[in-house]
Design a protein around this ligand. Sequence first.
Ligand code: FES
Length: 106
Amino acid sequence: MTKIKFVEFGGTEHEVDVTNGLSLMEGAIKYTVPGIDGDCGGACACATCHCYIPEEWAEKVGPIDELEKDMLDFAFDVNETSRLSCQIKVSDELEGMTVLMPERQY
Ligand code: FES
């Protein structure tokens, strides 16, 4: 289990223990954290799991691949910290990480 803090656009925080091996999106859905939809179930085909990863965690979550980069074109309010949360696997390395949510997914 790895502690992840999801922060809604309005600032509401949700600190949850996510099972290692699940994606951030799956962790958010499991605990019904609002702000992450995950419509395609993690197939990198919907971009409704868009989130922002603070710079200090970027290296630990690993690089973005081309498919994820392409799908982010469909997300709302993308910036240089944008990622698709279904493409980031939770592991001990991410203990204590903060994940920020966009204002909306559509
Ligand atoms: S859940 Fe669809 S792209 Fe992440």
